[in-house]
Structures are given as structure tokens and as C-alpha cells.
Design a binder for this molecule. Structure first.
Ligand SMILES: [Zn+2]
Length: 217
């Protein structure tokens, strides 16, 4: 916020406070500012700077006018041992301290979020690469943990089949056979174990399709 805007903001705030604290018999309101620039600005409507606050202050002024309350906006010199003014100066100093930000101490929330995600990913990666049991099946594919899944560039059906074949979890007898009371995991045509490898590379049932794909190469 520019200093000039800050002064107009303060005047606008003063109007608001005065409005909220007015009594039934209030007929005069005095607002004091030590900013001559801001007071001058309020008198000249042609200028662009601080337009937002000027308009808001005019609205407040209109409200007071409608209630037949006289408004006085006066300039007071700063640092002249005027009680209200000194209090305002103290508050202003406190405010600047609160907002005092050095490059070293300022850290944005976005930065913290990014760091947390980076750290979490490193931890996950360590757990992933050191784990002997969990996700063991996937280890053979040299995949790495990442936050976003890779963009899918093939149709869902193909992608799904691809992953079923890759993981061995799918409509294969070798997999279905894991359930109790299931069919044996034998390919009826070739009379050997039916697993992804068999279906992809050896099964006689798919030899014509396989040859077609090989010919396409
Ligand atoms: Zn077969």
C-alpha cells in the first residue's frame, strides 16, 4: 500500500468508526489527519490517485449529511504532543514493526508447501527403494514414486490391459486361480500354465494375432 493510499485509508476508517460510534444527538463530527496531501486530495476530485478511498470517503460523507451531521476534516501537525496524534503515531510504529519483513525471514506459504512435497517425495522414494516386501512386484519395472501420475496417452482399455499384463493381476488363470474353488491355472489349448507371459508369447490361441503384430514391425 502506498503511503498516500494508507493516509486516505486511515481517513476512511475514521469515518467508519465515527459512524459506528455516533449517538442519537450527535450533530458534529471532527476527523483529524496529519496528512495535508490526503486532505488536499479529498478536495480535488479530478485526480486519479487514491480514487477508491476517495469514493468511499464521499459515500460516508453523504451518509453523515443525510443525518444532518456536520463534518469537519481538519489537519493536525504531527509530533506536537497532541494526545490522539501521539497514540496514532505509536500505533503506526507498531504496525510497521509487524510488517517489517526481511528477505531472510520472509517465506511464502507456497514455498513451504513445495518444500514439504519435495521432502515427502524423497522420504517416499527412500522407503520405496529400501522396502523388500511391499510393492515388490512393481520394483521390476524401475518406476519411481512421483506425485502426479504420468499422462495417459493411450485408450483406457489398452492401458488397462497393459497394466493387467504388467502386474499379472487380471483375467488370467494364473491370477484367478489364487481364489479358493477356482478353475485350474492351465491353458486348455496348450496344456501349460496360463499366465501373462504365456498369453503374450506362447499361447497357440493367439498365434495368428501375434504373427500379425510381428509382421507390422
Ligand atoms: Zn495357451
Amino acid at each position: 500500500m502506498e503511503v498516500f493510499d494508507a493516509e486516505l485509508f486511515a481517513i476512511e476508517k475514521a469515518f467508519k468508526i465515527a459512524w459506528e460510534n455516533k449517538q442519537l444527538n450527535t450533530d458534529k463530527v471532527w476527523i483529524f489527519s496529519n496528512s495535508q496531501a490526503a486532505i488536499k486530495r479529498l478536495k480535488k476530485s479530478s485526480l486519479k490517485a487514491g480514487q477508491y478511498y476517495i469514493q468511499s470517503i464521499r459515500k460516508w460523507a453523504k451518509k453523515f449529511q443525510d443525518k444532518a451531521i456536520q463534518l469537519h476534516l481538519e489537519w493536525v501537525p504531527g509530533h506536537m504532543n497532541i494526545k490522539g496524534n501521539d497514540l496514532a503515531d505509536k500505533a503506526a510504529k507498531k504496525g510497521t514493526k509487524l510488517q517489517y519483513i526481511t528477505p531472510e525471514s520472509y517465506i511464502s506459504l507456497a514455498f513451504i508447501k513445495r518444500k514439504i512435497r519435495e521432502k515427502a517425495l524423497i522420504n517416499w522414494n527412500n522407503i520405496w527403494s529400501n522396502s523388500k516386501s511391499k510393492g515388490k512386484h512393481y520394483n521390476q519395472f524401475e518406476c519411481k514414486p512421483k506425485w502426479k501420475q504420468s499422462a495417459r496417452i493411450v485408450k483406457k482399455q489398452i492401458f488397462s490391459s497393459y497394466f493387467q499384463l504388467k502386474t499379472g493381476h487380471g483375467y488370467f488363470k494364473s491370477y484367478l486361480n489364487r481364489a479358493p474353488d477356482s478353475y485350474p491355472d492351465i491353458c486348455f489349448i496348450c496344456n501349460t500354465k496360463e499366465n501373462p507371459e504365456h498369453l503374450l508369447l506362447n499361447c497357440k490361441r493367439y498365434s495368428s494375432i501375434r504373427n500379425k503384430i510381428k509382421a507390422e514391425k
